[in-house]
Design a protein. Sequence first.
Length: 399
Amino acid sequence: MFGKILKKLDEKLLKSEPRTGKLFAVAALFDKPDDIIHAAEKVTERGYKNYDVLTPYPLHGMDGAMKLKPSKIGWVAFIAGISGTTLAFLMMWWMSGIDYKIIFGGKPYFNLPPSIPIMFELTVLISAIVLVNSLILIYMKLPANANPLMDTEFIKRVTSDKFGIYIQADDPKFNVDEVRGLFQSLGSSSVSNINEAEYEKGDSKNPLLSLKFMGVVAGTCVVTVLVSYFVLQVLLFMPPFSWMHEQPKLLPQGKSNFFKDNWSMRRPVEGTVARGFIPYEFKGMPDSMVVPTPNPLPVTKKVLEVGKKRFDTYCSPCHGYFGKGDSRLRGQFPAPPSLHTEKVRNWKDANIYHVITNGQNVMPSYESSISRDDRWAIIHYIRVLQRSQNAPDSDLESK
Ligand code: HEC
């Protein structure tokens, strides 16, 4: 059925000449690029407005000959692009700054640098969409999908080996004989009248808007929507396709019907402590308030190995592999101090534990990344490092 309609439309559109509709334009063909530029200059000089030049390839100097102003399409792109940038900025600001605040590594909720790729993408996307659509709707005048020039000898020639110019009949200065005379005096090899195709009574001028065609398009849309809906919303949730969907677990951001607030992510019940977790009682307190407790781990080779491993992973990036404060970060970051100072050597283990757990000024807390036991193991290892640099004389005495 679709094919039949298209064929009929084709027949109507391509009704071959001679056409009987009203005069659309007078067209002339020229053989050489110089001739057409000269013709364009003369036509502009005579004050014609509704005319156009068609050539098989772009000609240098044609814009000047036709006195064309620079295209406005750049402004369309600019305005669309700026709207895209603004839209993306507002979207990111609202989503991450207001609607759904999530902490990422202690950074501000809304932050410009990570929003830039999205702003860039939307700039390009919106300007591309607006440009293509304004091209189709404004410049190409959709839904008008035909032009009286189509299927004329004139258009066949100018898309292959001749240079053409036509003046439309709706030009205020238009007069058939004058225009024909002008083209002939300019040396045109062929001057022709182009008529509009005649439409039968009741026929839409735009075949795209004809009821049958619109009906087919609308029908196709409805069928596509219904089939996609059925497949994606119904079929996929029927056994056996649903087997992978239904899992007895809740994702952190998922919905739970068990709790009244529907959140599956829960805070610990007030006043309770999670299994295997002992809260640090001096959290947030100044160093002087820490009541020293001894290191609960024995000094064994195994503990020291764990301590070295954790120290190398978590502490060495700043304090250096030997705790001398000589890592690559020295000079860039507020330089991390040496752990061999008299202050730290004289500190109780509990004071170092406090710094690791609590953080100190610019040094962040490592409470969430290093387990309690590993923290104490690191301290044993720091003691080993300290003793290697500041061994007392007694260490050298034979026992
Ligand atoms: C991101 C870099 C960084 C990392 C990683 C880091 N520190 Fe620090 N640390 C610092 C800075 C900077 C200071 C100085 C803080 C200040 O100004 O009080 C410091 C201070 C300290 C102090 C106190 C020193 C003093 O003289 O007050 C100790 C002890 C310490 N760190 C131990 C550790 C241990 C143990 C680790 C590994 C678990 C570690 N640090 C990981 C940067 C770091």
